[in-house]
Design a protein around this ligand. Structure first.
Ligand code: GTP
Ligand code: MG
Length: 456
């Protein structure tokens, strides 16, 4: 078949199915030696895109039999010649096959190397490659659906549309630079301003959607904080629906951080229960409090729990002055007035100086739903949205940088600075190109693909 020319890349092989025993095990081979390997292993040249039932052999020893599928380049996942072998899913038989394929000239694939080749050969862009990993890793149905959207190119399409609109703006402005006499009229054109406004509006929409997509992928972390006995562990148990943390009436019960993962309508939330905050002489408790402080300072959201029977005070700095350094802006902190079952009070949410205050009972569960709704709102999460694509922090950062340049450009336009405006647009395009992988540094690519599993 003459495909092992010198321009071809080396040939990689990996088990594509998860480790352990299974009904079938899939091995993927990709690269220049695929036809030769197929010939050696099967004893014949497989037909393109045809399921052959065949023996997989090393010389005359039959290692396994199963299905062999050959996808000639460029119509394969990687864009190279690909051989897929579906044999029996036992670790020994699969490893024997892998070793045999290596003796025929292939080498073991690095994590994510199949996807990396698909990217380098233009079969998928970087956003789609990342979506493959995100689909496999997704921890909720919503996240999976959103990953499929990104994989099918919906996110990339939005980025392309934005890039095209910026290109149109640039073309317009660069014409103005080339005809300096007409410069002023050009830049004062109303259509130019309209186009710019439309680009800025697109940025707002994509950034909001990408923010949702990132939440679906990465989830949020909340820390339960407060004095001993306030009911933090009880609240963790109420949120998770399990008795994960030990609850007693002895102050200082929790020492280590107790972690629970919960899903709020598809939003993954990592809840951390921490040791009660107080001055302590006990070295074990001191260490627990030190860990609590670290967890609280790193959380996306803090739930400061107080016993409503003990105090009406709502100012965190007055409640726990020794730990003032932990109480950040009000939007990251919600005050929980717990144990309302012992008071004549109904559960409720209200705001004091822009800080949310929720009355509830961790013991009876009343008001816990109000807290759940509030947590989703804190991060701007809306459930049941159909048009969300999965996104990463990397995408969001690049979008924001591109948006900043366009905003800066808008100012240059107002000042009639054509060259500076054009330059800002160029930089904005570059950041958008980083998302899809058009302008991406090799080390970033390496970093992205190395987090994939082997065989992907
Ligand atoms: N009546 C009532 N009691 C509660 C409520 N929440 C917690 N308690 C009780 O308060 C005591 C302390 O509860 P925990 O959940 O262990 O408190 P904590 O904040 O985790 O305490 P430390 O781990 O010591 O910091 C236990 O006796 C709980 O049963 C509530 O909503 N109502
Ligand atoms: Mg506790």
């Amino acid at each position: 078949m003459g495909d092992s020319t010198f321009l071809d890349s080396d040939t990689i092989v990996a088990i594509a199915t998860p480790p352990g025993q299974g009904g079938i095990g899939v091995i993927r081979v990709s690269g220049g030696l695929v036809s030769n390997i197929a010939q050696s292993l099967l004893g014949f040249s497989p037909k393109p895109r045809y399921a052959h039932f065949a023996e997989f052999k090393l010389n005359s020893d039959v290692l396994d039999h199963g299905l062999a599928l050959f996808f000639p380049k460029p119509h394969s996942f990687t864009g190279e010649n690909v051989l897929e072998l579906q044999g029996h899913g036992g670790p020994v038989v699969l490893h024997q096959l892998i070793e045999t394929i290596i003796t025929f000239g292939a080498r073991l694939a690095r994590p994510g190397e199949f996807s990396e080749r698909a990217f380098l050969n233009g079969k998928i862009d970087l956003v789609q490659a990342e979506a493959i990993a995100d689909l496999i890793d997704s921890n909720s149905q919503q996240a999976a659906q959103s990953a499929v959207k990104s994989l099918s190119g919906e996110f990339s399409k939005k980025i392309h549309r934005l890039t095209e609109d910026i290109t149109a703006l640039r073309t317009f402005v660069e014409a103005a630079i080339d005809f300096p006499d007409e410069d002023i009229e050009f830049l004062a054109d109303e259509k130019l301003q309209q186009k710019l406004d439309s680009v800025l509006a697109q940025f707002e929409k994509i950034i909001t959607d990408a923010h949702q997509g990132r939440l679906l992928r990465e989830g949020m972390t909340i820390a339960l904080a407060g004095k001993p006995n306030a009911g933090k562990s009880s609240l963790l148990n109420a949120l998770s629906g399990q008795t994960s943390a030990i609850v007693t009436d002895i102050p200082g019960t929790t020492r280590d951080i107790v972690r629970e993962h919960i899903l709020l309508d598809g939003l993954a939330v990592h809840v951390l229960d921490t040791a009660g905050l107080r001055a302590s002489q006990d070295p074990i408790e001191q260490e627990g409090i030190r860990r609590a402080e670290t967890a609280i300072s790193q959380a996306d959201q803090i739930l400061l729990v107080v016993d409503a029977n003990e105090t009406d005070q709502t100012d965190p700095h007055v409640l726990l002055p020794e730990f003032s350094h932990l109480w950040r802006q009000n939007k990251h902190l919600t005050l929980i007035q717990n144990k309302i079952d012992r008071l004549e009070k109904t559960p409720a949410l209200h705001h004091i100086n822009s800080m949310a205050v929720i009355r509830l009972s961790a013991k009876t569960g009343e008001g816990v739903d109000i807290l759940r709704q509030h947590l989703k709102q804190c991060v701007g999460y809306e459930d049941r949205r159909e048009d969300i694509f999965i996104a990463r922090t990397r995408h969001l950062n690049a979008l924001k940088k591109a948006q900043d340049f366009v905003k800066q450009g808008a100012q240059q336009l107002a000042d009639r600075q054509a060259e500076l405006f054009a330059e800002d647009l160029r930089l904005a395009q570059q950041f958008l190109g980083e998302i899809t992988g058009e302008f991406t540094a090799d080390d970033l690519l390496g970093e992205i693909f190395s987090t994939f599993c082997i065989g992907k």
